[in-house]
Design a protein around this ligand. Structure first.
Ligand SMILES: [Zn+2]
Ligand SMILES: [Zn+2]
Length: 330
């Protein structure tokens, strides 16, 4: 099969490699689409985990190629829940494989390849009325669904989303679907426009207009639920200003900068972070895609496997679109 291999930092090579053979309990999938994510971009630019068998990509929609145990038929449409644990540690026994103490080394495990193997228990069927392209959003939308659920957001509450990249836009869409009032902040006009289309009541450029002022104008208590989705230190600092007393801050993307917690302590805010979906939140994400097909507007480009490296380079440079999908089958 063909696979896009991260050989070193900022270097992707598309090569012919042996097709992966399913281990006991696994199903082999033919990848239809694989979304590129902020964490892929970070692994691409840093070269962390790079090597001769490193294949990125965990936002996969696929059809079943073969299930040795016969639970799935060839051609069944599925999305895999990405976390695979050892199955026996205390976290895995609790149904939390993303926190596994000794995650197995999986060969050719990413979606930037024609074929990939996953345990049958990780596979979620795609509803008939959700197309393969949109279904590739099940993982990042599952992150957004889980973030909003964890925040405890209630209908009618004021929420602020800092950063309208793919995760921020998806969080805004989930909040709007839940009946929250949403302010979205992003310096890029194109992203603000999409934010408004997906249900933000107000969008602004947080580098020019103070989102805290806007929030306290709309609700004297400030934003009740605030989501940091930009991954830049200035935005991480700002979300604690926007969040009102006893409000909740959700950190939804990887952060590498420091933050002062003065506002958090004075206003008695609560904070939490999200680093992935749950299998349940991915199922609910697929249901949400049926109800709100317009969410697929976050997909700005679809490229063949040969252009995966170019697409990651574009995302690393900050001009690569919002959600880019790779189609390994062409
Ligand atoms: Zn992702
Ligand atoms: Zn484990």
């Amino acid at each position: 099969m063909r696979a896009a291999i991260l050989t070193r930092a900022r270097r992707i090579e598309v090569r012919d490699v042996p097709p992966p053979e399913p281990e006991p309990g696994q199903v082999r999938l033919r990848v239809r689409y694989c979304g590129l994510c902020g964490s892929d971009r970070l692994l691409y630019t840093t070269g962390a985990l790079a090597g001769p068998a490193t294949v990125l990509g965990h936002e996969i929609s696929a059809v079943v190629d073969g299930d040795p145990d016969g639970r799935f038929a060839p051609g069944d449409r599925v999305v895999p829940y990405p976390a695979v644990g050892c199955g026996s540690c205390l976290w895995c026994r609790d149904g939390e494989p993303s926190l596994c103490l000794s995650p197995p080394r999986r060969r050719w495990a990413g979606g930037l390849a024609e074929l990939v193997c996953y345990p049958a228990t990780n596979l979620i069927p795609i509803p008939d009325d959700v197309d393969d392209r949109s279904a590739a959003l099940a993982e990042p939308l599952g992150v957004a669904v889980r973030a909003v659920e964890e925040s405890g957001a209630e209908p009618g509450e004021l929420a602020y989303v800092g950063g309208l990249g793919s995760i921020g836009l998806l969080v805004a869409a989930v909040l709007a679907h839940r009946g929250c009032r949403v302010i979205g902040g992003d310096p890029k006009a194109e992203r603000r426009r999409l934010g408004a289309e997906l249900g933000c009541e107000l969008v602004l450029d947080p580098t020019r207009e103070d989102p805290a002022e806007a929030a306290f104008r709309l609700d004297p208590r400030g934003a009740r639920r605030v989501f940091e989705c930009a991954g830049v230190p200035a935005s991480l600092q700002q979300v604690f200003e926007v969040c009102g007393p006893r409000g909740t801050v959700g950190v939804c993307v990887v952060q590498t900068g420091p933050v002062l917690l003065l506002r958090m302590t004075v206003r008695e805010q609560r904070a939490f972070s999200i680093s992935g979906p749950s299998i349940g939140s991915m199922r609910r994400a697929l249901e949400l895609l049926r109800a709100r097909a317009e969410v697929a507007r976050v997909i700005t480009d679809v490229v063949p496997l040969e252009r995966a490296g170019e697409a990651l380079e574009g995302l690393a440079g900050g001009h690569g679109g919002i959600k880019v999908l790779v189609a390994p089958g062409g």
